[in-house]
Design a binder for this molecule. Structure first.
Ligand code: SF4
Length: 323
């Protein structure tokens, strides 16, 4: 297998003449167009994360993430992704009973979130309390495990994933999206949820807790506080538009799917095929983009590379690989 076309060995040596070993063990490349050495990456295919399987929808995305091991620095993540991370953390805190409302502000400052988006997140939090959504989330919180890791062998591949919230007989996935219907339709969550059921045979159902990101725009003569009040009032007025599947009486929301709705033979075959495809693509160096995935379901982290053709080390860094 030859990953790097520029690899040049010095007579009698194994190391490429362009390879520079940094103190932290990273291997850099002295050529202008590259900053990480491709040949020094440990490429495992027998271990597949849910994120790797999802990334396989675009071969270039897989290449950047798992061959080049790049990740976008926090400050360059898209506002939608940052808002999603903050929302996930908020929901986790609600369930664990560790909510500190200053955390939202601190997180928005840390991620350099635009004021209008901060206002929308604050409006969602206020509406959650007003509508009883936060109290409904804490039902069964004695048995909950948040960020529950799971793994198992499927067709010779070790599959690893993380459930947002795991209870004794079901699990919950939290999503914040401008297109909530995406995560409420089975075809879009089929692989992820189906594989989670395979890895956790004791679980009978999943609740997809999908929240719509408010779409209002702040006007010129409106302060951030007035904007937040306006958005909050709209969420309270029509909660089912924002908290998909909400029960007004209890405040619980979400779309439920059951174990028997998934075909496990198909999923097993899909994993087998993805594993073979990845091995074949690596061995033959066949990387190509799938443009349909650039904005699906939101802007790809690597869109900047796609647009400019360059990889800036200001924007990207080498990803920490979690074992
Ligand atoms: S920007 Fe588009 S083509 Fe490039 S890696 Fe992302 S999804 Fe693939």
């Amino acid at each position: 297998m030859k990953l790097c076309k520029n690899k040049t060995l010095k007579h009698g040596k194994d190391q490429c003449i362009h390879n520079i070993k940094a103190n932290d063990g990273t291997c850099l490349c002295s050529l202008g167009a590259e900053f990480l050495c491709l040949e020094n990456k440990n490429i495992e295919v027998h271990r597949l994360s849910m994120s790797a399987i999802a990334s396989w929808n675009c071969k270039m995305k897989y290449y950047y993430k798992y061959i080049r091991k790049l990740s976008i620095r926090d400050e360059y993540k898209s506002p939608a992704l940052k808002a999603g991370i903050i929302w996930d953390n908020y929901c986790e805190d609600v369930v664990k009973g560790t909510v500190d409302y200053n955390k939202l502000t601190i997180a928005c400052e840390k991620y350099n979130i635009p004021k209008a988006i901060h206002g929308k997140l604050s409006a969602l939090v206020r509406a959650c309390i007003e509508l009883g959504v936060d109290s409904a989330m804490t039902i069964n919180n004695k048995e909950v495990v948040t960020q529950s890791k799971c793994s198992g062998e499927i067709d010779g591949y070790e599959i690893v994933g993380v459930l947002d919230r795991k209870y004794d007989e079901y699990f919950v996935e939290t999503k914040l999206s401008s297109r909530p219907s995406y995560y409420s339709e089975k075809q879009n969550i089929y692989n992820q949820v189906g594989i989670y059921f395979m890895l956790n045979p004791e679980l009978e159902k999943v609740i997809m807790e999908v929240t719509k990101m408010p779409a209002q725009k702040i006007t010129q003569d409106e302060s951030v506080e007035e904007f937040e009040d306006r958005v909050c009032a709209d969420i309270i007025k029509r909660p089912s538009f924002y908290f998909i599947g909400i029960d007004r009486a209890s405040g619980s929301f979400g779309t439920t799917f059951y174990r028997q709705e998934f075909n496990y033979d198909w999923l097993r075959q899909m994993i087998h095929k993805v594993g073979l495809d990845i091995r074949h693509t690596i061995d033959n160096d066949l990387w190509y983009p799938n443009h349909a995935m650039c904005m699906n379901p939101f802007m790809c982290d690597f869109f900047d590379i796609h647009k400019t053709g360059g990889i800036s080390d200001l924007i990207f860094k080498e990803r920490d690989i979690k074992k």
